[in-house]
Design a protein around this ligand. Structure first.
Ligand SMILES: [Fe+2]
Length: 319
């Protein structure tokens, strides 16, 4: 069981993209295909993020992946142990990964219940033979290759793709607030992982040797410029402006943040206006990927919402 504390808190959030190429470039024993090298800037960015995560000593990692698609509602991994082989359907040549992970089922159940209270359709995934998607696996491997911290996996309902972007992201805002409430109630020290690429314009053919870095560059100049604009705003802590621009960014850069993880994470963190730490940026088959960190504990924000609520309760009782 994870260690617990009196009142739970989100201690940090990471933008933690999932191109399987990063696992392929690293050559861990769990992945079958072997590479010579590749995508070092992003892999070394993850190495820096790993150090931060290690220092935070979280009880649980929560990850929202665009590649576990559940069109009927928001689902949560709800089996204590899951294992198997995860294969990327688009890049089976580079990602065939044997995984084994532990789920914080109590927290998954709490997230599911709190999401339902927010008016969302939510469901626990109870199939013990479930094959976890490559997005979840890649993000978790890259941030914590030891696999020694329990996880909660959240599916992508993808509502922004069949509702309007704004309506869909409003659902993700509710899911984020529900996630925070569940974490606080269960007393977990939690880290959130938004498994999203930024600009998602990509090449349609890969080089004969996938890790041929002489072929790797941004697919689109305007997409790259959008990424730099958003990263710069995030590095300055201009969160409100980022969310004002988000629908336009999504439309013009085909940004994968449309699938909701980024909004879910920020809603859970309370949209902090704190400077993000950029661990690194790089392209993968032309898409833009940033590894970024919002360390709420270091910023003194991980307990803020709880304190605010306690203060409100005290005022009510005094009135
Ligand atoms: Fe993706």
């Amino acid at each position: 069981m994870p260690r617990t504390q009196k009142k739970g808190a989100i201690v940090a959030g990471f933008l933690a993209p999932h191109p399987p190429h990063l696992v392929y470039g690293e050559n861990p024993p769990q992945n079958e295909p072997r590479s010579q090298c590749g995508w070092e800037q992003l892999r070394w960015a993850y190495e820096r993020a790993r150090k931060s995560l290690d220092a935070l000593k979280p009880d649980v990692l929560l990850v929202h992946s665009p590649h576990w698609i559940t069109q009927q509602g928001h689902h949560f991994l709800g089996v204590p142990k899951l294992s198997g082989k995860s294969v990327d359907p688009i890049f089976p040549n580079i990602f065939r990964y044997t995984f084994e992970l532990n789920v914080d089922v109590a927290l998954a159940e709490a997230c599911c219940a709190e999401g339902a209270k927010q008016g969302l359709y939510t469901k626990l995934m109870r199939n013990p033979h479930f094959r976890v998607d490559y997005g979840t696996i890649t993000t978790l491997h890259m941030i914590r290759p030891q696999w020694d911290i329990p996880v909660v996996g959240l599916s992508a309902n993808n509502s922004p793709y069949y509702l309007s972007t704004e309506e869909g992201l409003e659902e993700m805002d509710r899911l984020g607030r529900a996630t925070r409430t569940a974490i606080e109630k269960l007393g977990r020290r939690a880290v959130l992982l938004a498994s999203n690429t930024l600009c998602h314009w990509h090449f349609h053919e890969e080089p004969a040797l996938p890790e041929d870095m002489s072929q790797e560059h941004p697919q689109s100049l305007s997409g790259y410029q959008w990424d730099m604009r958003m990263i710069d705003l995030l590095r300055q802590g201009h969160t409100k402006e980022v969310f004002r621009l988000l629908p336009q960014f999504i439309d013009e850069a085909f940004a994968e943040v449309k699938s909701g993880a980024f909004t879910w994470m920020f809603a859970a963190m309370g949209y902090p206006e704190i400077p993000a730490e950029l661990h690194g940026y790089g392209t993968v088959i032309g898409t833009g990927n940033a590894v970024m960190e919002w360390n709420l504990e270091r910023a003194g924000l991980s307990k803020l919402a709880s304190k605010t609520r306690a203060a409100r309760r005290a005022i009510k009782q005094a009135a």
